[in-house]
Design a protein around this ligand. Structure first.
Ligand code: ADP
Ligand code: ADP
Length: 227
């Protein structure tokens, strides 16, 4: 669960990125933050895993003020997917996916099992395991980015324009696939996009941002009925 309570973020240069923002992402659901560039979506995202800290207000993660949590423990529990996936080019697909489990010194057999599970979840054939990222298409690379973020089974997944760099058809396919995956994992997801269509498709709840504030916060059905 993620809860923003009257959160304001002012950057050191005086830019007020968000002001008095409140919303809740219930466990196992997806909330989409949608709005034009510069309205505070990424800042909100970064406040969850403490890449930024709030100036005022509180961000609760699993019911506890995230500023009161150990930052390493907090981040262990949060997967992060961004537009520029940043796969490690010198590592195979399998090694990329295994990054976090390796850091945590899981047993090799458990790592192997988890990598197989994730390749299957992301609809990637097992023989992709030993390929290198550059041998794959953009859509396949982004699937691996998602698999890597899910590898250690985090409670929370942050997705910042995860499909933004893909062509429209690949994006549409990945959205459909990810909707199915959402049903199979019990992960709390905060998803950022500037596309209202993507928001309506992916979100259980949608927060429409406009320069630092939420102007509408509702389910897709309610937003379509009261635009
Ligand atoms: P979005 O994700 O909706 O594009 P951001 O959260 O990235 O919006 O940015 C919100 C506002 O905060 C913008 O005006 C942006 O220029 C500003 N901003 C973002 N990061 C910083 C920073 N590190 N220092 C100063 N201003 C920033
Ligand atoms: P997005 O639109 O995807 O949120 P941006 O291109 O606005 O991202 O920002 C990219 C990076 O630059 C982010 O890490 C953000 O924090 C930082 N940034 C954005 N605006 C500013 C700013 N005015 N001053 C300093 N850093 C900024």
């Amino acid at each position: 669960m993620i809860e923003f309570e009257n959160v304001t973020k002012v950057y050191p240069d005086g830019t007020k990125a968000i002001e008095e923002v409140s919303f809740t992402v219930e466990e196992g659901t997806t909330t989409v933050l949608v709005g034009p560039s510069g309205c505070g979506k990424t800042t909100s995202m970064k406040l969850v895993n403490r890449l930024e800290e709030p100036t005022e207000g509180t961000v609760y993660v699993d019911g506890v003020d995230n500023m009161a949590q150990d930052r390493i423990d907090l981040r262990r529990n949060i997967g992060y997917v961004i537009q520029e996936i940043g796969l490690f080019d010198h590592m195979t697909v399998g090694e990329n996916i295994a990054t976090v489990p390796e850091l945590r010194e899981w047993e090799q057999s458990r790592i192997d099992e988890r990598v197989d599970e994730l390749l299957e979840l992301m609809d990637l054939p097992g023989n992709y395991r030993d390929q290198y990222p550059r041998e794959l298409s953009g859509g396949q690379q982004q699937r691996i980015g998602v698999a890597r973020a899910l590898a250690a089974d985090p409670d929370i997944l942050l997705m910042d324009e995860p499909f933004g760099a893909l062509d429209p058809i690949t994006r549409d396919n990945l959205q459909d696939e990810f909707l199915e995956i959402q049903d199979r994992i019990n992960t709390t997801i905060l998803f950022v996009t500037h596309s209202i269509d993507e928001a309506l498709k992916m979100g259980d709840q949608i927060a429409i941002f406009d320069v630092g504030e939420i102007v509408q916060y509702d389910t897709p059905t309610e937003i379509l009925q009261n635009p």
